[in-house]
Design a protein around this ligand. Structure first.
Ligand SMILES: N[C@@H](CCC(=O)N[C@@H](CS)C(=O)NCC(=O)O)C(=O)O
Length: 218
């Protein structure tokens, strides 16, 4: 029997967080593949439509990747995802909270404006076009902050792979890696096309993507 049972859809950034965390801890996952266009199973089990959803051994159903990651850390503390020092652990939580609640805003808003098929800026009104420019600026400025953060350290939280990398990598990696042809999520396209970076523009962040891409995933 696997250590974890998790509902997922293809190309889900938040699901990839669980795969990275489980890989780090050497846990096995029984993945339950859900049709993205038919969420009945997800809804019946968890009362909402989003994945990942963890079904714990005791039958508890947990939604929301940060809560699932906290649960995994509590049950399998070694090797850790959070720093041992309480102050550093609190700072890692602040980073993750900001990533989830603030960083995701601009690319999500741009994806909503540009639409799923064509990034047709021509049909945007003036204020919408300005919003895309402003949010693209935010996305790119924050790439610079990540680049600065990686000076002298291999991972976003310090010298060791941890919760900050698990939280950010599935999103930031699109800055280097193109979405697969099957992946039609406009959010991923925004991250790749407007949030793109390379060894010239962001050498440390690009090397970090390569480093985390080599980590095991369940
Ligand atoms: N806050 C949730 C967000 C979950 C979420 O947005 N999941 C996406 C996949 S990454 C989803 O199920 N989206 C619905 C859809 O694609 O229709 C988490 O971190 O788990």
């Amino acid at each position: 029997m696997a250590d974890l049972r998790v509902l997922r859809i293809p190309d889900s950034t938040n699901v990839e967080r669980i795969a990275l965390a489980a890989g780090h801890k050497g846990l096995t996952v029984d993945w339950v593949d859900v049709d993205p266009d038919d969420r009945r199973q997800v809804r019946e089990l968890s009362g909402q439509d989003l994945v990942p959803v963890l079904i714990a051994e005791d039958g508890e159903v947990i939604t929301d990747s940060p809560r699932i990651l906290a649960r995994i850390e509590a049950q399998w503390p070694t090797p850790p995802l959070w720093p041992a020092d309480p102050g550093d652990a609190a700072l890692a939580d602040v980073f993750c909270h900001r990533f989830n609640e603030v960083w995701k805003g601009p690319p999500n808003r741009i994806a909503a404006l540009l639409g799923p098929v064509e990034f047709d800026r021509g049909r945007l009104g003036d204020s919408e076009a300005r919003a895309v420019v402003d949010d693209t600026g935010r996305l790119r400025t924050w790439l610079d902050r990540f680049e600065e953060r990686l000076e002298g350290q291999d991972f976003l939280g310090g010298d060791a792979f941890g919760i900050c990398d698990v939280t950010a990598y599935p999103f930031l990696r699109y800055g280097v890696q193109a979405p697969t042809p099957e992946d039609t999520d406009p959010f991923h396209r925004v991250l790749h096309e407007l949030g793109g970076f390379d060894t010239e523009s962001h050498p440390r962040l690009t090397a970090w993507v390569t480093r985390v891409a080599e980590r095991p995933q369940a």
